[in-house]
Write a protein that binds this ligand. Structure first.
Ligand SMILES: Cc1cc2nc3c(=O)[nH]c(=O)nc-3n(C[C@H](O)[C@H](O)[C@H](O)COP(=O)(O)OP(=O)(O)OC[C@H]3O[C@@H](n4cnc5c(N)ncnc54)[C@H](O)[C@@H]3O)c2cc1C
Length: 481
């Protein structure tokens, strides 16, 4: 039997961020995830670390401001995983007027409050950035936001939690949890039997938050979540400009075209009310047509259906309101503490971008149960691998230290592990020290490293979440896996 302060249910971005925050503040923590870390919504996002222009248009200024602050922190504390990305937002006389975009971006710049990213600028029609677009585009604005590796942000938070003493278990599919007076009793049956006693449970199970709450407490929850499916298409890169495009649509939505892994573009997303199993969410024909049409309304050489290489879908768990239009349902999160006997804190909603601030508030809410709780340090502490002052210097150092690693592989290691590259390549002096190639540029040594240090158990964990090599394997069927 182990006794801990906190058991966190759910190993998505919010669960791992809460585990990190609690462990950093001196609490003993166990995190239980029924599948793999980041296996649900947290690896199916648009991967934008952003304030959210459309939330601005909907008047959610508080959420936008909080997100922009977190964007700045992530740029500083996880520069290997979060990168500035320029966006071009074209305007035409039908969907959105130039002055509307100008006002919106002016406000966006001001809410960012002297951040490190460039302020928005007007783009002339003859600018190279607008060359791939149709002549109906009359003007455009350029602004900056960030791209982030969603699944690796989850792993990084889990690593940070573990570094402060938290224990992380994934693939714990068989466990029982019971309230016993003032504490919780958790019995894990498989893969290994284990008894845990916890003072407080955090329910960070994303789309399953109501289901988990009802199962754990045995009561019907007064809260409701709306499930909204969002899908993305991945196609070969169809323009050479090094920017993403933000495409306003006549239904008031925005569709993004985002450069992805050098050779590809991600197109997304949709907003569809969803009622089936979130794990089975997949792109349907209507979404495919919607996304392709959205792009063809702006691009001269828009991709067609036969060029879709891959697609993925995820389910947003939004706090239910009376909105019929899923795009307009608020993206604000809610933290609900049930203090009857043994307490349980539930997380409803939340964005990838705001995971740290959500976690800080979540742990603050538990203060009265833990007098020993220390002050939060996450706002000024790098994530594991993120202690990089100057990227160019870091890059030069890696090239000098590991000349035997092929440059594209070294680049991938730098962006995946940041300064943890030193752990990955500890005592490696020749390429042969990395073992045989398993697939793409994945060497046996990296597989072993991920199994040993990042809770990877299956090929999928390694190819689609710990690394982004799954797409390379899909594109080259001759590769193993
Ligand atoms: C299409 C789409 C695009 C998005 N784009 C962006 C974006 O660009 N930027 C942004 O900031 N946000 C974005 N988001 C939102 C963001 O992805 C989510 O808010 C975030 O990933 C939610 O994380 P989570 O930890 O709450 O949930 P999840 O990632 O779903 O994690 C919940 C975890 O709980 C586990 N679980 C379930 N039941 C149990 C149980 N009983 N016990 C233990 N574990 C359990 C699940 O297996 C899962 O791993 C997007 C979302 C979608 C769907």
């Amino acid at each position: 039997m182990i006794k801990v302060d906190l058991v966190v249910l759910g190993g998505g971005i919010n669960g791992t961020a809460i585990a990190r925050e609690a462990a950093e503040r001196g609490l003993s923590v166990v995190l239980l995830e029924t599948h793999d870390l980041a296996s649900a919504t947290s690896s199916a996002s648009s991967k934008l670390i952003h304030g959210g222009l459309r939330y601005l248009a909907q008047g959610h200024l508080h959420l936008v401001r909080e997100s922009l602050q977190e964007r700045e922190r992530l740029l500083r504390h996880a520069p290997h995983l979060v990168k500035p990305l320029s966006f071009v937002m074209p305007t035409n006389q039908y969907d959105v007027k130039d002055w509307q975009v100008g006002v919106g971006l002016w406000l966006y710049d001001h809410l960012a409050n002297r951040g490190t990213l460039h302020k928005s600028v007007r783009v002339a029609r003859k600018d190279k950035l607008l060359q791939p677009l149709l002549p109906t585009v009359t003007s455009a604005r350029r602004y900056q936001d960030c791209w982030g590796d969603d699944a690796r942000l989850v792993i990084s938070n889990a690593l940070a939690a573990q570094a402060r003493g938290a224990t992380i278990y994934n693939y714990v599919s068989d466990y029982q949890i019971k309230r016993q007076d003032t504490h919780w009793q958790i019995t894990i049956a498989a893969p290994n039997t284990l008894q845990i006693q916890a003072k407080l449970v955090v329910n960070a199970t994303g789309p399953w938050a109501i289901q988990a709450l009802e199962q754990v407490t045995g009561n019907t929850s007064p809260y409701r979540l709306s499930w909204v499916k969002g899908s993305h298409l991945v196609v070969p890169r169809f323009y050479e400009q090094d920017v993403a495009y933000t495409l306003p649509q006549s239904d008031g939505r925005i569709v993004f075209v985002i450069p992805y892994l050098e050779r590809y573009c991600m197109i997304g997303t949709t907003d569809i009310h969803y009622h089936a199993d979130p794990r089975q969410a997949h792109l349907d024909r209507q979404e495919q047509d919607y996304l392709l049409t959205a792009v063809s309304r702006y691009f001269q050489q828009a991709p067609h259906a036969s060029q879709i290489l891959w697609h993925f879908s995820g389910v947003r768990a939004l706090v239910a309101d009376k909105q019929d239009n899923p795009s307009k349902t608020s993206r604000e999160y809610q933290l609900v503490l049930d203090t009857q006997a043994a307490p349980i804190l539930s997380v409803f909603g939340g964005k990838l971008t705001t995971h740290r601030s959500l976690a800080e508030k979540a742990v603050n809410q538990c203060k009265s149960f833990f007098p020993q709780l220390q002050a939060s340090i996450s706002a000024c502490t790098p994530l594991p691998g993120g202690d990089i002052q100057d990227w160019l210097h870091f890059e030069a150092q890696c090239i000098e230290q590991y000349p035997f690693i092929p440059r594209p592989t070294l680049q991938r290691y730098m962006h995946t592990y940041g300064t943890r590259i030193q752990h990955l390549l500890h005592c490696k002096y020749r390429l042969e020290d990395l073992g045989a190639i398993v697939t793409a540029d994945l060497y046996q040594h990296e597989v072993d490293f991920l199994r040993k240090t990042e809770w990877a158990k299956t090929d999928e964990d390694i190819l689609w979440r710990r690394t982004k090599l799954g797409l390379s394997c899909l594109m080259s069927p001759s590769l193993p896996f």
